[in-house]
Design a protein around this ligand. Structure first.
Ligand code: CP
Length: 311
């Protein structure tokens, strides 16, 4: 029987080590389900889940939908484009209407920071944050941590370098909260314009020297560079960024040792990461995607009151 109850999953900030461990252990069991000839269990039969995506997504949207279907939930998909949002309806009205159709769980991605928290206070359905602005992306953080745990066994003392646009990254924040809770050490690396001052108070180290970061770490988690940051004057040029902060084979070789290379996707190949690194044996990028389905199955299952017996 699981020890930890979840009403919502809004972020990894404040989530206990016991809760994260419970999710990861459940995800391991679901990963085994995904390897079966029939990749479906009846755990969420009769549970209605609505996926509300107010912002583009490939991995997270498909992964949640697959996770829900693998658990036999009833799935409703909503995309802001083509909905009554374009006629001026508010997000709260939209969600209250959807809830009136007896939805049990709402998965929401929104460009506004705090949108899932706003909903969680106003509707009775369980709310799962699938990424809110530059705030948090908890299931991405969990799948990243699961991937690391599977590779190294024990997260205690693991040295994780998070590389790139920290300032605008919800993935960075969820990784930092989750990894520190699990006993890992975190260093951030990127240009000074993309590392906010307040994040330095989160018990992490910071460097602007990629060679220093790579020499230190066991794992490098590369973030997508949001190209529009150049237009905002936060980067001199993409070429300059690539030269200073792009992860190349030669830089990894210079650092020595075996590093685990991660990226949440979508990737800008040739900008923040070179193809011969992204596609190398050191890369676990596609394993992250596979683990994402198992982690989301675990979160959906636990949030729906599931116990750790998976049929
Ligand atoms: N990693 C991630 O959130 O990707 P999507 O934006 O495609 O969902």
């Amino acid at each position: 029987m699981n020890q930890v109850r979840f009403n919502h999953l809004l972020g990894l900030e404040g989530l206990s080590r016991a809760a994260i461990t419970e999710i990861l252990d459940s995800a391991e069991a679901f990963l085994e389900v995904l390897d079966r000839p029939i990749r479906q269990v009846p755990s969420l039969r009769g549970v209605s889940v609505a996926n509300l995506f107010f912002e583009p997504s490939t991995r997270t949207r498909i992964s949640f939908e697959l996770a829900e279907k693998r658990l036999s939930a009833e799935v409703t998909n909503f995309a802001a484009s083509g909905s009554s949002i374009s006629k001026g309806e508010t997000m709260l009205d939209t969600v209250q209407n959807i809830e009136a159709m007896k939805i049990d769980v709402v998965v929401i991605r929104h460009f506004a920071q705090g949108a899932p928290h706003f909903l969680a206070e106003r509707i009775s359905a369980a709310v799962i944050n699938a990424g809110d602005g530059s705030h948090e992306h908890p299931t991405q953080g969990l799948l990243d941590i699961m991937t690391m745990r599977r590779k190294v066994g024990n997260l205690e003392g693991l040295k994780v370098l998070i590389l790139g646009d920290i300032a605008h990254s919800r993935v960075a924040r969820s990784n930092i909260w989750g990894l520190l809770t699990m006993g890992a050490e975190v260093m951030l690396c990127g240009p000074g314009t993309l590392i906010p001052r307040e994040i330095e108070d989160m018990n992490v180290d910071v460097t602007n020297d990629l060679d220093e970061g790579l020499a230190w770490c066991d794992v490098v988690n590369v973030l997508r560079l949001q190209i529009e940051r150049q237009r905002e004057g936060l980067l001199p040029s993409l070429r300059e960024y690539q030269r200073s902060f792009g992860l190349s084979k030669s830089r990894l070789e210079k650092a020595g040792g075996e590093k685990i290379v991660m990226h949440p996707g979508p990737m800008n190949r040739g900008v923040e990461i070179d193809s011969d690194v992204a596609d190398s044996p050191a890369s676990v990028i596609l394993q992250q995607v596979t683990h994402g389905v198992a982690v989301r199955m675990a979160v959906l299952y636990l949030i729906s009151g599931g116990e750790r017996v998976i049929e």
